[in-house]
Design a protein around this ligand. Structure first.
Ligand SMILES: Cc1cc2nc3c(=O)[nH]c(=O)nc-3n(C[C@H](O)[C@H](O)[C@H](O)COP(=O)(O)OP(=O)(O)OC[C@H]3O[C@@H](n4cnc5c(N)ncnc54)[C@H](O)[C@@H]3O)c2cc1C
Length: 456
């Protein structure tokens, strides 16, 4: 039977998309500077069995498969390749249950991250990993990229919260990994293997996630710095002091400008950096922690600090950070998003090197990031033409080099997607990469899953 007919039979109820106009919305993700291919079709399964059937049919016809969540990847992870079958998990969006006693949420992959905390709130629980895209990114995409977020500095990343997975493998076999117990060491840790595998080893069709008691408030600090080095010094002082803050974010001058242009909120446009810090510990600890953080920022040379224990006021302060990603996209013809991570003590040095690099290539940049994790997102702002793109990509490569020189990693949280695979060997070495490729061959010998292709 022809490929599309087999799919149509296996995925009733408008589960198959072949209309070119509709397919257009499955071609690209949020990595605007990467040119997408043309998928052959997309399927929108509603059950694990349908996912498995689609993978089996694609494998039998030699059609490569690209899993897709919300398409918010900034690394080209959900950018289609020519002739692929997109398996979009958007209709598998049920929260199957919240087990308050075990502090677990059981969910399908298309559930939007923020909805898990909303569903757990009545039980006084929340799901900590909070990417800035949490109101639209799906948990399947978060698991595939091992997503981080703003409060990961205290709570850890996605991998620290995934207990059990159901995964469809390249031949359509369905396996479960992990256990629902607090401890569990039976066999190899396949759960961790699938977390962060970027859709190259299997499709996540169900997940059991660890919840935490929800904080009952937060104290927030905003600080402006006249020099980037002073902001870096503040991060180092907070780390040395051992303050267990739940958020330490940084925005540089370019980002402050972009946010003020998008939505004026009275930020200091002369400042070199703005930092936001938050403590969500129980009182009186959280007020004490933020007061101490104010002292440390002042000692590092902040030009202005303000703190509040009021949750709504704190949210208003955080607005600048939440808007930042969108704001920087608006100020250039093309925005090339970077995601690099260095040891925390190297953050000021990396920021300095980024400035040198953008000067060298004659382009602008805006840097924001999770300073408490050493994870920076420099955005290269270039003209949307051949020269602009070329300058941006040279600067991109130079930034990767600078990160590796400083003992960092080429991706803190967005993943390698279709843009960074070529740098992997430089970071991990040939022997390590050979092991990774042999794992891919063992699980997907025919190369059914094409996402990224850095293991192919
Ligand atoms: C404004 C903005 C802010 C962002 N902030 C953050 C941030 O703070 N932290 C962060 O980590 N990321 C951030 N991101 C990046 C992005 O949101 C994350 O990578 C997110 O985890 C992707 O989820 P998604 O549902 O959109 O997945 P997609 O973009 O659709 O897919 C991402 C990857 O996961 C694979 N995949 C998707 N679903 C599955 C599945 N069920 N099984 C197997 N593989 C699958 C895809 O093949 C692809 O390789 C941000 C993006 C934007 C646009």
């Amino acid at each position: 039977m022809p490929f599309e007919d087999e799919l149509a039979a296996a995925l009733p109820d408008q589960g198959l998309v072949t209309d070119p106009d509709v397919l257009e919305s499955y071609r690209r993700d949020r990595t605007v500077w990467v040119d997408p291919g043309q998928p052959r079709a997309a399927v929108l399964p509603t059950t694990t069995e349908q996912v498995a059937a689609a993978v089996r049919i694609a494998a039998a016809h030699g059609v490569p498969v690209l899993p897709r969540g919300a398409g918010s990847s900034l690394a080209g992870g959900a950018t289609a390749t020519d002739g692929c079958l997109v398996v979009s998990l958007e209709r598998m969006d049920r929260i199957l249950g919240v087990d308050a006693d075990e502090r677990l949420a059981h969910v399908e992959p298309g559930v939007v991250n923020a909805d898990i905390s909303t569903a757990s709130a009545d039980d006084g629980l929340f799901y900590p990993p909070d990417p800035a895209s949490q109101t639209y990114a799906t948990i399947g995409g978060n698991i595939a990229t091992n997503a981080g977020g703003l409060c990961c500095v205290k709570y850890g990343v996605t991998r620290d919260h995934v207990e059990r997975l159901e995964v469809v493998l390249a031949d359509g076999t369905v396996i479960e990994t992990g256990s629902l117990t607090v401890k569990g060491v039976a066999g190899l840790d396949l759960t961790s293997l699938f977390v962060g595998s970027e859709g190259q080893l299997g499709i996540v069709t169900r997940a059991s996630l660890r919840l935490r008691p929800a904080p009952d408030g937060a104290a927030t600090l905003v600080a402006f710095f006249p020099r980037l080095s002073a902001a870096g010094d503040a991060v180092a002082r907070v780390a040395r002091d051992g303050l267990a803050l739940s958020l330490i974010e940084i925005m540089d001058h370019g980002t402050i400008e972009a946010v003020e242009r998008l939505q004026p909120m009275g930020l200091d446009r002369d400042a070199a950096a703005l930092m936001l810090m938050q403590s969500d510990a129980a009182e009186p600890l959280r007020t004490a922690q933020i007061e101490r953080a104010v002292e440390l920022c002042d000692a590092a040379g902040a030009s202005y600090t303000a703190a509040t224990s009021d949750l709504d006021e704190g949210e208003m302060l955080l607005q600048a950070r939440r808007l930042a990603g969108t704001a920087v996209d608006e100020v250039a013809g093309m925005a090339i998003h970077e995601d690099v991570c260095v040891p925390r003590s190297k953050v000021p040095e990396l920021i300095g090197r980024i400035e040198d690099i953008t000067d060298r290539f004659g382009i602008r940049s805006a840097t924001l990031g999770h300073a408490g994790d050493g994870n920076l997102h420099p955005t290269l702002l270039v003209d949307d033409d051949e020269d602009g793109r070329e300058a941006g990509l040279h600067a991109f490569d130079a930034m990767i080099g600078a990160t590796l020189d400083l003992g960092g990693t080429i991706s803190g949280e967005h993943g390698l997607g279709s843009i960074k695979g070529r740098f992997l060997e430089r970071e991990v070495g040939a022997d390590n990469l050979a092991v990774q490729r042999s794992i891919k061959r063992a699980l997907d010998p025919d190369g059914v899953f094409v996402a990224g292709q850095w293991l192919g």
